[in-house]
Design a protein around this ligand. Sequence first.
Ligand code: DUC
Ligand code: ZN
Ligand code: ZN
Length: 482
Amino acid sequence: MQHDLVIKGGTLATASDTFGADIGIRDGRIATLGHDLTGDDVIDATGKLVLPGGIEAHCHIAQESGMGLMTADDYETGSISAAFGGNSCFVPFAAQKKGQSVAETLATYDGRAAPKSVIDYSYHLILTDPNADVLAELPDAFARGVTSFKVFMTYATRVSDAQFLDILTVARRHGGLTMVHAENHDMLTWMATNLVKNGYTDPKYHAPARPALAEEEAINRAISLSKLTNAPLMIVHVSTPKGAQLVAQARADGAYVFGETCPQYLFLTRDDLDRPGQDGAKYICSPPLRDTETQDVLWRHIAGGTFSVVTSDHAPFRFDESGKFSNGRDVDFRQIANGMPGIEMRLPMLFSEGVVKGRISLNQFVALSSTNAARLYGMHPTKGTLAIGADADIAIWDPTDTRIAGEMHDAMDYNPFEGMKVTGWPVTVLTRGRRVVDQGTLVAKPGDGAFVKRGRSDLSGLTGTRLPETDPATNFGAQVLR
Ligand code: DUC
Ligand code: ZN
Ligand code: ZN
């Protein structure tokens, strides 16, 4: 068979296998895996790793924060930075503003994404105002392929437990996945108020203001709500050992519970918040950075399978008045924008510190960076693997390239991971067989990326939890979960 493009001589890896083969691509899809393939165009991948393109499943792009502050990255700079970091697809958030319909929210983000993205994209729909009209609109979101939601348990955008239960129930009915930011709002408010009242206002007090216990309590509650509704739940940005343990236990119980952690909790600590001057503000993110013992525990949960995905939580706010200091420089930590960039560093750091240092296998790297996200967010097997018929979403890595992390391709003015020695970088990235980054040079144009219509979440491996009180066999026949 003649191919449009052949990737020759590389070492391929999927979530389960590593093997030498050529990839033949036709019409944007993988047509052939074999040897001595021929094509109109050839990429020589000798000495390189050929992996499914990364899928960045947690990033904030062209999105207003809870404070109403727009991220520095739009879909052009955000997707370019993602591509240079080895991603061929990403799923940022479409954030509902209070009073806004689902249709309006999605239309807003279509307008922000479609003309600009260089890689394929979808959105998770953040629900901040889940009134009856909004809940009634959710089937339309599923019909157009937006099959994941996110809720907050803190911030002004938080939902009540009752609203959370309603959202979980609708999502389950349609095969969707609900994501949650789990921190106990009142514990955080109480701590922050006390700290500020006593003059502890510097950026570093962001860490004590958000105790690990507040995350643990909220994760425990969120898992309980998931179990009650027997609905799938992704606990995003888990940053504590106990939080990870709760996810692991819930999964062992068969609950439809999934976990995610992020590089900042693996490579940075609360000491970074105590950098001189106002530099600590660069490291304000939520949940906050923890400590080195936590890092070790989180790595063990990555290796042991507690976490399905490692995502960046790229939340880019510049170190100036447009971002971190939008409320002025002389403010307490509560008024400094939350979040840090990392969309381009996520995979190189995970590869370098994970695969190169022997903490995880190459196949686990593929699962954590691409395949599991594709499964959970309804894109598999079209995306997330190297298989015949799959989209040719491919990242070609040089596993020996060592660089000191510096400036990235995002719109940011700092890189929290600057100075880290990183071995293993993507050199060429394709989305649907089209080069986005070619040997380190951007070749795609804004708008080349396409919206991905997603399907149901893949829950295989878990049984779910039907409580006696929700089971008609043991609750006198009451149909509670419809
Ligand atoms: N939560 C996120 O998921 N991202 C940025 C800030 C936050 O609180
Ligand atoms: Zn969050
Ligand atoms: Zn986030």
